[in-house]
Design a protein around this ligand. Structure first.
Ligand SMILES: [Fe+2]
Ligand SMILES: [Fe+2]
Length: 141
């Protein structure tokens, strides 16, 4: 689990707030999922949160990147697009296979997929690709 720390701060309050809330919420959900109570309720709430995060955060971040003429804009946008697609696939999988199932193995397998195919990738994107924006923000000021 990655906790928020000052190294992740970009100096763009809107973006930093999104990232901070993202990590806090994800960590809370991962803890709840580990406890294993109401797995499906927690999973569904998490999927809604991720949908909202990916929709609103990526758009706002892309607007800022555009505003500062970020040289890697299209590559960054593509990375967002890939993450959105991963989320789309996971959501389809959940509603088609997991939601109606009482197979605990299947539910746990889905949680592992969700972590590997999305959550870890979102965190890695924030740590690696988003943190590259900081230099550009400073240069633009
Ligand atoms: Fe971001
Ligand atoms: Fe990003």
């Amino acid at each position: 689990m990655t906790e928020w720390n000052s190294e992740l701060e970009l100096g763009y309050p809107k973006i930093d707030n999104h990232h901070r809330i993202f990590l806090k919420t994800i960590n809370k959900f991962l803890q709840k999922l580990n406890q294993g109570v109401d797995l499906k309720v927690d999973l569904e709430t998490l999927l809604y949160f991720l949908t909202d995060y990916v929709e609103t955060h990526f758009i706002e971040e892309e607007q800022i990147l555009k505003k500062i003429n970020y040289f890697n804009y299209s590559k960054h946008k593509q990375a967002h697009q890939r993450l959105k697609e991963n989320l789309g696939k996971l959501k389809r999988k959940y509603w088609e296979l997991v939601q109606d199932s009482s197979d605990l193995f299947l539910i746990k397998l889905f949680i592992t997929n969700l972590k590997e195919d999305l959550i870890n990738k979102l965190v890695a994107h924030m740590k690696e690709e988003d943190s590259d924006i900081i230099i550009k923000v400073e240069e633009a000021l």
